[in-house]
Design a protein around this ligand. Sequence first.
Ligand SMILES: CCCCCCCC(=O)CC(=O)SCCNC(=O)CCNC(=O)[C@H](O)C(C)(C)COP(=O)(O)OP(=O)(O)OC[C@H]1O[C@@H](n2cnc3c(N)ncnc32)[C@H](O)[C@@H]1OP(=O)(O)O
Ligand SMILES: NC(=O)C1=CN([C@@H]2O[C@H](COP(=O)(O)OP(=O)(O)OC[C@H]3O[C@@H](n4cnc5c(N)ncnc54)[C@H](O)[C@@H]3O)[C@@H](O)[C@H]2O)C=CC1
Length: 720
Amino acid sequence: MVDYIVDGNIAVLEINNPPVNALSIHVREGLLTGIQKANQDGSVQAIVIIGKGSTFPSGADIREFGKPPKEPWLTAVGEAIEASEKPVISALHGTALGGGLEVALFSHYRIADERSRVGFPEVKLGLLPGAQGTIRLPRLTGLAVAMRIITSGDHINAPEALKYGILDKLISGNLLQEAKTFAKSVIGKPLDNRRLSKIAVRDAATVDKHFDEALAEVKRKYKGMIAPVNCLKSIRGSAKLPFVEAARLEAALFRELLTSAQSAALRYSFFADRSAPRWKLPSGASIENTKPDIIKSVAVIGAGTMGSAIAICFIRVGIPVLLVEQNDKLLQNALKNIGQILQGSVKLNRITADQRKQSLQILRGETSLDIVSDVDLVVEAVFENLKLKQEIFARLDKICKPSALLCSNTSTLDIDKIAVATNRPGKVAGMHFFAPAHIMKLLENVYGTHTSPSTVATIMDIGKRIGKVSVLVRTCDGFVANRMNRMVGNEAVFMLEEGALPQDVDRVLEDFGMAMGPFRVTDLSGSDVGWRIRQERAKEQGIQLTYETRFVNGERYSSLPDRLYELGRYGQKTGKGWYRYEKPFARTAYPDPEITDVINSHCRSLGIERRVIPPQEIIERCLFAAINEGFKVLEEGVAEKPENIDIIWQYGLGFPRYRGGPMFYASQVGLKTIYERVCYYYDAFPHSSYWAPSDLLRKLASHSTEVPIDQWTSKERSRL
Ligand SMILES: CCCCCCCC(=O)CC(=O)SCCNC(=O)CCNC(=O)[C@H](O)C(C)(C)COP(=O)(O)OP(=O)(O)OC[C@H]1O[C@@H](n2cnc3c(N)ncnc32)[C@H](O)[C@@H]1OP(=O)(O)O
Ligand SMILES: NC(=O)C1=CN([C@@H]2O[C@H](COP(=O)(O)OP(=O)(O)OC[C@H]3O[C@@H](n4cnc5c(N)ncnc54)[C@H](O)[C@@H]3O)[C@@H](O)[C@H]2O)C=CC1
């Protein structure tokens, strides 16, 4: 894992642990023995540490965290590097991150390929750079820069790192050759002034001021996360304490993080990010064995809220879009709106004015479907109405070339029912974007019974090309996101009837870490949408909904949202919803005594006695109901693995990454507890049938020991 090569008077320790040269146990051993050997070898006068392949080490081996630690620890390896009597030069290329950058900071000199990047991304894993990174970096950069680099986890490019003093020299030619030349030039020079443990933090006197400012910033930016706070405490220690004591403090703060639930969730999320886009169909077709078609042009049908934003997703990466609306007035409005959204992106420095211009040049608006005959992909985003979508798909099937894929942005409708309207069901799929579609990272791609593997490969690939996190799910009512989130919405409203207020429910879920509570979300998206859907469904079933309606088809129903609708309280757009706003479209939500009156009189008229609902019940009612549904989603094969569900919640529904996602959260609570509480609520609320416990959950919870989350899938399903 570490090759020891001597060239003249230079020993080269070449790290060879693809793909990212992570500092696994064998690499640490190899580095330690390499340093010892080079110091004992009389012919060697300087040592170069370099990475083979694409990069210098990009960090500790994340898979080793959570397992019993194996010696030598990185700190011991680093201390041997620093103590070396012969100069050690780290030669960086690719991404020198985390423990990799720490190895470089233990070295006496750091040179780097000019295209390389460095950084401490540990905070994103709920950790701190625990091999003295937090106490060595401030000695080079000063406190403010070190605090920013370590608490953000951002990568820094080589020229910037040179400016901050992290690097000594940038290299544009052959790194190894240049490293050897550099090494020869420093032979015999004193080393103590190159050993960071011997150097003071130059702005130590101002540490309290920097600490207070940075703390206020991280509490605002990374609400609820403990790692950035521990990073700052450790950096403060670097300035206030003698080096050895600062290192001891860092180690204690690191251990606290390493064993934290937040770090476990963030490490899980790191791997879930990489695993979720790797799709596999029950037929065995997968990302490994299926090639995507290359999409060169797209048509978007319907230029409303979603269609306009979806068009932006394609044009901003250079894929031409034909945007089709019902009439010219709506089309011109949409084109104007798109121009304004892109102008906003220019103002926010997300794109340049030139990029905006180029994007708009490849957007063309039309009012006739006939124009889309030659595109490779159609994304339909008209009203959520099955009949209308079927009509449009039947027409598209006739107009579009045979190879074109026909996709729907439907948020709930069965893809199979849309596909039957065509003669190409293999080329029909769902591409479910989340509002606002040009901002939200998630793309929930949906396959139906007949969707072909190559269609799946293509929609997953195009998702990646437009910068989305794409997750594949099988068609069902609401797919994964809306199907599970429905339980949160239902329980939230039922709890209002039983004793809570909107701000109580939202506060508890926001304190848990959700980006927004369910009532603030409803106010944002508009409660009129839900009202229309409920009325339409009731009409279809011949049911008359009234304020007295408490059950529909045997299922518990609350008419509270209907009361709000009829009061004209649609949410932010009317300046009133579950909250009060200063004016229509204002953002700040204020609890509204009028809402308290509406809820109280609703309860009085229905004879409901209100009670205090404790925060734990709010969490359980909202999240455990969704988790139980998540197990049904797994059991039915709608999602292939728990990571897919968790990534959908993180990127589509604002679930805190530091809790991993609802399924990972369930693994931390313990499946026995979840199962018992689900059974308890099913007893308490038999008219909410979604509380019926999932078979998969029951089965997993019945094991005498907790079944790890990576075993919740096919094995258990096939044993059911
Ligand atoms: C008292 C004792 C104290 C000891 C304290 C030690 C304290 C420390 O200081 C702790 C650390 O180093 S924590 C690790 C810090 N480093 C990171 O977080 C970098 C993580 N990796 C990346 O950002 C990208 O992979 C990267 C930018 C590097 C490359 O991106 P790409 O898009 O090119 O490639 P990926 O698809 O992300 O990765 C390729 C495969 O490599 C796996 N991998 C990446 N980084 C890893 C890592 N650090 N450890 C283990 N596996 C890692 C990654 O999962 C992927 O594998 P597959 O999914 O199987 O292909
Ligand atoms: N609004 C949201 O948050 C989300 C909506 N969706 C789904 O996206 C689809 C569209 O929703 P929104 O954009 O919110 O609706 P919207 O009402 O803002 O836009 C729909 C547009 O389709 C146009 N349209 C209707 N019939 C047409 C036809 N025959 N030809 C061309 N254009 C036609 C309408 O004029 C309207 O501009 C729905 O299926 C919805 O379920 C999916 C995810 C989120």
